[in-house]
Design a protein around this ligand. Structure first.
Ligand SMILES: Cc1cc2nc3c(=O)[nH]c(=O)nc-3n(C[C@H](O)[C@H](O)[C@H](O)COP(=O)(O)O)c2cc1C
Length: 209
C-alpha cells in the first residue's frame, strides 16, 4: 500500500558516505522522535546527539575495550568465536557522521501500587510489560522513520549496551535517573540499494477473533 511506503522504505543502514547530516535535519529527526506517544504523555526520554567525530570514535573505543574485557573472561572457544564475530555489528557506527543516544528515565505506571494491595504477582505482571520502556521504543521507531523519510539511513542498536555503564559514565548526563537504551547512527547510506531481511508469514503472526 503506497501510503505506507514510509514504513516499508525504512531499513537498517550500517555503511555511510563521508557526508555530514545537516544540523537542522538532526533537530527535525529529534522532533519527530518527541512526537511519539508515551504513557500519560510522560515523555521520559532524553537524546544526546553527537556530531563530533572524536566523540563518536571514543564511544566505539569504549565498546571495543569492554568487548575485549569480556572475551578475556570467556572460557569457551565457541562462545568467544560467536562474540568476536559480532563486534562489527556493535561498532560500525564509528564511520557515521552523527550518532543519537536515546536515554530513558524511570516511569511508574498508574495502578502499580493499587495492584500490590491485591497480590504482589499482579503488580509484577504489570511491571513485566515495561510501559516506560515501551515509550522509548516508540520514540526510537519515530526517529528511524524520520531518518529514512529525510533521505538518510540509520540503525537501532542495543548490542553495544554491554558497555552501557561505561558509555553513561563518559556521557555523564547531569540527571542520573536516565539510562541509556539505544544508539542510532545517522548518515547518508553508502549504497542506493540495501538488503532488507525477509519477514515471516503474516499467517504465523496474526490471530483474528
Ligand atoms: C532492539 C533492537 C536492537 C538492535 N540492535 C542492533 C545492533 O546492536 N547492531 C546491529 O547491527 N543491528 C541491530 N538491530 C537491527 C536489526 O538487526 C534489524 O532491525 C533487523 O535485522 C531487521 O532489519 P531491518 O531493520 O533492515 O528491517 C537492532 C534492532 C532492534 C529493534
Amino acid at each position: 500500500m503506497e501510503k505506507l511506503n514510509f514504513i516499508y522504505n525504512r531499513k537498517s543502514i550500517r555503511k555511510f558516505k563521508d557526508e555530514k547530516v545537516r544540523h537542522e535535519d538532526l533537530i527535525e529527526i529529534i522532533k519527530a522522535g518527541m512526537q511519539a506517544p508515551s504513557a500519560h504523555n510522560v515523555q521520559n526520554w532524553h537524546y544526546v546527539v553527537v556530531e563530533s567525530k572524536n566523540i563518536i570514535e571514543k564511544i566505539a573505543k569504549i565498546i571495543t575495550e569492554k568487548h575485549s574485557k569480556i572475551i578475556d573472561v570467556i572460557n569457551d572457544e565457541e562462545k568467544t568465536k560467536r562474540f568476536n564475530k559480532m563486534i562489527k555489528y556493535y561498532t560500525f557506527f564509528k564511520d557515521a557522521p552523527a550518532l543519537i543516544l536515546v536515554f530513558g528515565s524511570s516511569y511508574e505506571p498508574t495502578g502499580i501500587d493499587l495492584l500490590n494491595k491485591i497480590d504482589d504477582n499482579e503488580s509484577q505482571n504489570f511491571i513485566d510489560v515495561q510501559p516506560g520502556i515501551q515509550n522509548i521504543g516508540a520514540t526510537v521507531e519515530n526517529i528511524l522513520l524520520a531518518i529514512s523519510a529525510l533521505g538518510y539511513g540509520g540503525c537501532w542498536m542495543t548490542g553495544p549496551l554491554f558497555a552501557k555503564k561505561e558509555i553513561e559514565n563518559f556521557i555523564a548526563l547531569k540527571d542520573n535517573d536516565f539510562s541509556l537504551y539505544a544508539l542510532i547512527p545517522v548518515g547518508v547510506p553508502l549504497k542506493d540499494r540495501n538488503r532488507v531481511p525477509k519477514r515471516e508469514a503474516i499467517e504465523d503472526k496474526i490471530t483474528f477473533m
